[in-house]
Design a protein. Structure first.
Length: 320
């Protein structure tokens, strides 16, 4: 088939490469310009460079709502359009141009986790699995009928990089398989259950701030959802920022005030957690590895040489 491709960053590039490798013709690629957003600088394999390498006509746009883009899609004569990690709204007058419509590939088990950073949010929320969905685009965001969906389980040993690797590996195969189904003439796709839909915004520095009145499990999930190369989860020890690189839920139960630097446990130091920590029923967070703002990394037992004091969500000046 002739496939017009919209794509951005690593997800977009890998999807388009798979389409080309499967023997489809790609007459036009549309991609975004580079961004200073820290999340968009992480997995930023260039789609425009791919287009140039393969000799494919391409356009670079923040949005695809101008006459030039619509004319280019029409002139390309695509049978279908494929969208992978396109970051702005596509209007019906754009995605309906190809005769077979538009296939969108999204790294979540839709209808849950429409929108941005689905892998990070899923890990934060202690979900049992993540996945990739190939669906036909309609006028509602990430809401079209599902052509194919594949999932992979999340274990307690997984960190965000593991989920990225496993779901990224799904993008090319699910796209190629979905195109084969569409080319066969099938149209009996599964509608999404909109009662189960959820929509998530972009993550920012604020979402990575650790609040110790959350449970140890919640903080553990946040830490592993924001490990390198993502901006790390962080807290403050006085006025010093600590980025948490490795942590676990404690074996023992600790009571007191959330954020209290309590006791060495194994290879780390236990911090009291939970809004009801005063009742003495909660596991703590054992911090095993930290990074300072100057890049220095220390084991928890190296950094916390004395017990006592508090970790907080915001910097606290020392008492006079």
């Amino acid at each position: 088939m002739r496939v017009v491709a919209f794509g951005y960053m690593t997800w977009g590039r890998r999807t388009i490469e798979a389409i080309l490798d499967a023997g489809h013709e790609v007459p036009l690629i549309v991609t975004h310009p580079g961004s200073d957003n820290p999340y968009e600088k992480i997995f930023n394999e260039s789609v425009s460079e791919l287009a140039a390498e393969r000799g494919i006509t391409y356009l670079v746009r923040n949005r695809a709502d101008d006459d030039e883009v619509r004319a280019a899609i029409t002139d390309a004569g695509g049978d279908i359009m494929v969208v992978s990690n396109w970051r702005t709204w596509l209007a019906p007058e754009v995605f309906s141009i190809p005769r077979l419509g538009t296939l969108n590939v999204h790294d979540a088990p839709l209808p849950a986790y429409a929108g941005f950073a689905p892998l990070n949010w899923a890990l934060v929320n202690d979900e049992p699995e993540v996945g990739v969905t190939a669906h036909m685009m309609n006028a509602e965001f990430d809401a079209g009928d599902i052509v194919l969906q594949r999932t992979t389980p999340i274990t307690d040993d997984d960190v965000i990089g593991d989920l990225f690797d496993r779901t990224l590996a799904m993008f090319g195969p699910i796209t190629v398989d979905a195109l084969e189904l569409i080319a066969s003439g099938r149209t009996d796709w599964a509608p999404q259950d909109r009662r189960a839909a959820s929509h998530f915004h972009r993550r920012t520095d604020e979402e990575n701030r650790i609040h110790f009145d959350h449970s140890a499990r919640e903080v553990f999930n946040l830490v592993r959802a924001q490990l390198d190369p993502y901006p790390n989860a962080y807290c403050f020890h006085g006025e010093r920022r600590l980025r948490i690189l490795r942590a676990r839920v404690s074996e023992k139960v600790y009571g007191g005030t959330p954020g209290r630097i309590f006791l060495r446990e194994g290879t780390g130091v236990a911090i009291v957690t939970g809004a009801d920590a005063r009742r003495g029923c909660n596991r703590g967070l054992v911090i095993e590895r930290v990074r300072l703002d100057d890049g220095t990394e220390l084991d928890g037992t190296e950094y916390f040489t004395h017990m006592g004091g508090y970790l907080t969500a915001y910097p606290v000046s020392a008492a006079p």
